[in-house]
Design a protein. Structure first.
Length: 250
């Protein structure tokens, strides 16, 4: 299997091949599929995850990234053609990212220096998820997993504990917690209107504190008083992807 897809070429070619999607989904069913590790500049140069990057790479970094990808035969272009083609595992990652209509963006504090501090999950209608782990150096580690496995891995890294009180104060809890997380779930249905849900988590002693925005005052976060099991149910509700929710490649 040697798929060729491009961040810009895909707009010209139409949707990702249904046969390729089925083949990859079947492969993920046998176990996780690693898709490589890439710098932020390499990802930016092929149009991947642009809005989720911490900052736009410099032009020098982008130029070097293009040379590196070309040397590894991961990108190519025909003479006189304005489009690039992204090949191999990176091409698969970009193709799945393009069809995503829901992204889970989790940022953690209190992590070890050599472990990822940020996780992006892009669930697909076929119940597989494109997972991106980001470490302190900005290296993005891509893999495809079953959606259940990807959510399990995220929950393992989030703060956990017993049910926290419902009257907890967000600022007080965050200042006392050695481990916190902000999880933002962004979805954009066919209408194109983006919807965001923020979940703030913190561990204080043996307690897990979970905060959601107060519906009556969206500028405030309200403690939910839920435990780890209830947190899983909350996350499962937030990351449901309708079977028809596939973004256009363009």
């Amino acid at each position: 299997m040697n798929p060729v897809y491009g961040a810009t070429a895909a707009a010209r070619q139409g949707d990702v091949s249904a046969e390729l999607i089925r083949a990859i989904v079947n492969l993920v069913g046998t176990g996780p599929v690693p898709l490589g590790a890439y710098t932020a500049a390499e990802i930016f140069s092929v149009g991947g995850l642009i809005e989720f990057l911490e900052q736009e790479p410099s032009q020098e970094a982008i130029s070097e990234a293009v040379r590196s990808l070309a040397a590894r035969d991961l990108i190519t272009t025909d003479p006189g053609d304005e489009y690039i083609e992204v090949r191999g595992d990176l091409g698969i990652a970009v193709a799945f990212q393009q069809r995503t209509r829901l992204v889970v963006d989790a940022r953690l504090t209190g992590t070890e220096p050599d472990t990822p501090w940020r996780f992006l999950l892009m669930p697909q209608p076929e119940k597989v998820t494109l997972e991106v782990r980001i470490d302190a150096l900005g290296i993005h580690f891509y893999s495809l997993r079953t959606s259940t496995n990807a959510l399990d891995r995220l929950l393992e890294r989030l703060p956990s504990g017993d049910r926290g009180p419902e009257d907890a104060d967000l600022d007080a809890v965050l200042s006392a917690s050695p481990k916190t997380a902000l999880v933002t779930v962004t979805s954009w249905p066919e209408s194109g209107a983006r919807e965001k849900t923020d979940v703030v988590l913190a561990r204080e002693g043996e307690h897990l504190h979970v905060f959601l925005r107060d519906p009556g005052r969206p500028d405030r976060f309200k403690a939910q008083g839920i435990d780890r099991d209830a947190l899983r149910r909350l996350m499962e509700r937030l990351v449901v992807v309708p079977s028809s929710a596939v973004a256009s490649s363009g």
